[in-house]
Design a protein around this ligand. Structure first.
Ligand code: HEM
Ligand code: HEM
Length: 342
């Protein structure tokens, strides 16, 4: 006869790995690990020359009319790829209407901006350069600036060898897109999805389970743990106007369809622990509070404090290794370079 003690020991020894595998199986159905190589871009071949050019452009404040603001001003790669402000400050010290999302892993989003109004990073990059509250420049002035700097002319030529006129506003955006495609941050969660059981703490694993069981992952899923799919902010219960200001109707401004009022893209959650304050309004500084607001507004659930802590531990496991970016040396202005305006 089999000893009951031996049976117990055997069954618990067997059940632990089975349960761990079940969690990973469920997770790999819902999420995807970060790619280990630079993702292919639509109609934009990524080459080392283009990445280097895109990096110079990303850091160059001369893309702005004032010569003060670069992409890096609001997407600081040393602080999580954003500016950690409620809403960004741009041209003429104006405060913009929305919080800056991170540029890290943005290449993995299916559409860009809180309302998904740009299809990809190349389309996106043309926005801030021209936005009155961001860089307030014009395509013509940007091209005149770049053409006045011989190094840029050489770099554009090497990056777009087929082009008759390589220094163009479109090619600026493509080069920036190529650089941004390198900004990937592999995280402990990726190691876990790839089979390393020890990459997540027990608390983070409990949080991952809750994130899936409660339904967070019905909106925040895939490789960027969000960044695709549009949902009303306040699906079950609208948060107060403190967090969801009435003036910003989200995707409604893009589609002009009544159903899209207060609809936003489910935010990508990689590196979320680094990118406070939260939501498009930037009104919430504490990640635990952001999680509680989500549970109430999107799922109609009041989380227990330990559940919130576990979900936050899971979200912490999405903090990745930052890409190593060496500072580019930018070409000095020449007599022909348009001067900064205020
Ligand atoms: C959104 C990159 C300049 C503030 C974004 C996104 C990317 C990006 C990739 C979308 C991320 C996502 O949807 O998850 C760039 C590049 C820039 C640039 C390449 C330079 C050409 C700036 C500047 C500011 C700024 C100078 C601040 C003055 C913002 C804000 C959003 C945003 C507020 C969200 C806007 C919205 O959703 O309506 N940027 N950015 N960006 N960026 Fe930038
Ligand atoms: C935003 C977490 C459930 C849709 C966010 C943010 C966090 C988060 C931390 C802020 C992102 C940022 O500021 O960059 C969670 C958690 C959930 C959950 C922990 C489960 C408890 C859901 C569900 C949906 C959803 C079920 C869809 C029905 C959204 C949307 C945003 C967002 C649309 C953007 C809100 C905005 O415009 O400010 N989520 N979420 N979330 N989430 Fe969730």
């Amino acid at each position: 006869m089999r000893s009951p003690i031996l049976f117990l020991v055997l069954s618990s020894a067997l059940s632990a790995p089975v349960a761990a595998d079940a969690l990973r199986d469920a997770a790999t159905e819902t999420f995807k690990p970060l790619p280990s190589t630079i993702p292919a871009l639509k109609e934009n071949t990524v080459t080392p020359e283009k990445i280097a050019l895109g990096k110079a452009l990303f850091f160059d404040p001369r893309l702005s009319a004032s010569g003060v603001f670069s992409c890096y001003s609001c997407h600081n790669l040393t602080t999580g790829g954003d500016d950690n402000m409620e809403t960004s400050v741009g041209h003429g010290w104006q405060k913009g209407p929305r919080n800056a999302p991170t540029a890290l892993n943005a290449v993995l989003n299916e559409a860009q901006f809180w309302d998904g109004r740009a299809d990809d990073l190349a389309a996106q990059a043309k926005g801030p350069v021209q936005a009155g509250v961001e860089m307030a420049n014009t395509p013509d002035n940007v091209v005149a600036t770049l053409k006045s700097l011989p190094d840029y002319v050489t770099w554009f030529g090497a990056s777009f060898p087929e082009a008759a006129d390589p220094v163009s506003f479109d090619n600026m955006a493509k080069a920036i897109e190529a650089f941004e495609a390198t900004l990937l941050t592999p995280a402990p969660f990726d190691a876990y999805l790839n089979g390393d059981d020890n990459a997540l703490t027990a608390e983070a694993k409990a949080g991952l389970q809750l994130f899936m069981d409660k339904g967070c992952s019905s909106c925040h899923s895939g490789v960027n743990v969000g960044g695709h799919g549009y949902y009303p902010f306040g699906l079950i219960e609208k948060p107060g106007s403190e967090v969801l200001p009435e003036g910003d109707k989200g995707r409604f401004a893009v589609t002009e369809t009544a159903d899209d009022e207060y609809v936003f893209r489910a935010a990508p959650l990689r590196n979320i622990a680094l990118t406070a304050p939260y939501f498009h309004s930037g009104k919430v500084w504490d990640l635990s509070v952001a999680v509680e607001i989500m549970a109430e507004s999107q799922l109609g659930e009041e989380l227990k404090p330990e559940e919130t802590a576990q979900i936050v531990a899971f979200l912490d496991s999405l903090t990745g290794t930052m890409p190593e970016v060496t500072l580019p040396v930018l070409p000095a202005e020449t007599a022909g370079t348009p001067r900064p305006t205020t």
